[in-house]
Design a protein around this ligand. Structure first.
Ligand code: MV4
Length: 450
């Protein structure tokens, strides 16, 4: 096992990784920017190294500084968390060349899944269902329009090197295809440095359902069930829950087994998430994320496994402790992301937290790097914490979440807690009847009432 792990991240996930390391008897080094010198992770880690200025490119994205810090402190392995360098294949290769184990998948799998056309080809060959569409890239306007007419509108044009919803165009009529196609290509070139685009039938009322997977270096792979992440705003997840209120036990078993088999056949190592759109009882592959995700605690709460500890064990070459026969799903879990933002306008609200109290009690978990007097720097993502609640069933979970939100105190900055309260109090949420468009439609309604 590793003696020392370098944490190449910040905020709540840096702290989350530190906690897992401490429970495993591993020493921690956290790297940080000048803006994060007073962070909780820096305070708690065994060692810390300041690696640059506040801008991510000067610190959390600076591969050379991070590898220097790892050399200087004699770290054995590097945990990238999520975001930043977590899906950068070049960082994986350079880390390994310098003798550090990357706690994550192989560079090859990061590359494959980073190219959405290649990802779709790869998973199709492994028996995963995908959205009908262009077979690979759309090379020219005429063939694209022809395929679109054959498939029937609406269709969606996506950038091969995009992801997270950026660079997509929905087309509803053949007359609009030409313009959408050329705009999509030039935007893809400008944003991702590659103008490759592909096309799919546009699903109009799907849910976002993702499967948590894990593989090890011995050829084992398992799934840990799904998370329903349909409640999003501008491709940012707002609330996640497991199990999905939309799935039957048979559907869960089916998509879970199919996904685990594909991941095993790929030889995938570490934590991953396979994202699907789900509509009318059918699943369609969207993309695979080759990292641990923000919402992983939802899965931890219903399975009882520590997914960060499992990532570390697998990276060290140990076999999965997650055993298919032993994975049981217990009760229901919901996570709400607490952002330092105005709950109506979503304008970021950095500044000093003047009063802070985390909710507690049975079934309540608060993952955050906040403390009384903490100054939220303006340079990063506005997520300042996650409130995760477990209950024996969905109804108990929602009631407990309401209680926990009411108990949480964050003063000095605006937060999205009031938004979460309004979501969980809504009959559509309580009945589990929502799609990927529900939240934005709801917010529009509220706006027009004002
Ligand atoms: C789609 C889709 C409908 N049909 N693809 C958005 C993020 C990116 N990963 C893929 N996305 C979508 N792809 C087809 N063929 C609708 C979306 C989409 C979406 C997906 C998940 C969660 C929220 C979303 C919001 C808008 C659009």
């Amino acid at each position: 096992m590793f003696k020392k792990v370098l944490i190449a991240n910040r905020g709540e996930i840096a702290l989350r990784i530190h906690r897992a390391c401490k429970e495993m008897g591993i020493q921690t080094v956290v790297v940080h920017s000048t803006a994060d010198a007073n962070s909780m992770a820096v305070r708690l880690a065994d060692e810390s190294v300041c690696i640059g200025g506040p801008a991510a490119k000067d610190s959390y994205l600076n591969i050379h500084s991070i590898l220097s810090a790892a050399s200087l402190t004699h770290a054995d392995a590097i945990h990238p968390g999520y975001g930043f360098l977590s899906e950068n294949a070049e960082f994986v290769r350079m880390s390994e060349e310098h003798g550090f184990t990357f706690i994550g998948p192989k560079a090859e799998h990061i590359d494959t899944m980073g190219d959405k056309v290649m990802a779709k080809k790869t998973v199709t060959a492994l028996g995963i269902p995908v959205v009908p569409g262009s077979d690979g890239a759309v090379e020219d306007m005429e063939s694209g329009r022809k395929t679109a007419i054959e498939m029937g509108f609406p269709i969606i044009i996506k950038a091969a090197h995009g992801g997270g919803g950026r660079g997509m165009k929905v087309v509803t009529r053949a007359e609009d295809f030409a313009e959408a196609y050329s705009t999509a290509r030039s935007e893809a070139k400008a944003n991702f440095g590659d103008d490759t685009v592909y096309m799919e039938k546009f699903l109009q009322k799907p849910r976002h359902i993702e499967i948590q997977v894990f593989g090890d270096k011995h050829g084992n792979a398992v799934h840990l069930g799904e998370r329903d992440c349909s409640l999003q705003r501008r491709h940012q997840k707002v609330l996640e829950e497991a199990p999905s209120p939309a799935l039957t036990e048979e559907e869960r078993e089916h998509i879970g087994a199919l996904t685990a088999k594909a991941v095993r056949d790929m030889g995938y190592v570490g934590a991953g998430t396979v994202e699907y759109l789900y509509e009318d009882g059918k699943f369609y592959f969207m993309e695979m994320n080759t990292r641990i995700q923000v919402e992983h605690p939802v899965t931890e709460m219903i399975t009882g496994y520590d997914l960060i500890a499992e990532q570390i064990r697998v990276a060290a070459g140990l076999p999965l402790t997650l055993k298919k026969e032993r994975i049981r799903f217990r009760g229901h879990a919901i996570e709400v992301r607490i952002n330092a933002e105005d709950p109506d306008t979503f304008v970021p609200s950095p500044g000093e937290i003047t009063q802070f109290h985390a909710a507690g009690g049975l079934g309540v978990r608060f993952d955050s790097a906040m403390y009384n007097g903490y100054k939220i720097p303006p340079h990063y993502d506005s997520m300042i914490g996650k409130l995760i609640v477990h209950g024996r069933n969905r109804e108990e979970c929602i009631r407990r979440l309401r209680r926990a939100i009411m108990e949480t105190v964050v003063e000095g900055v605006k937060t999205t807690l009031p938004l979460h309260l309004s979501i969980i109090d809504h009959p559509d949420f309580q009945s589990g009847d929502y799609t990927i468009h529900w939240l934005e439609q709801q917010l529009e309604k509220n706006q027009s009432e004002k």
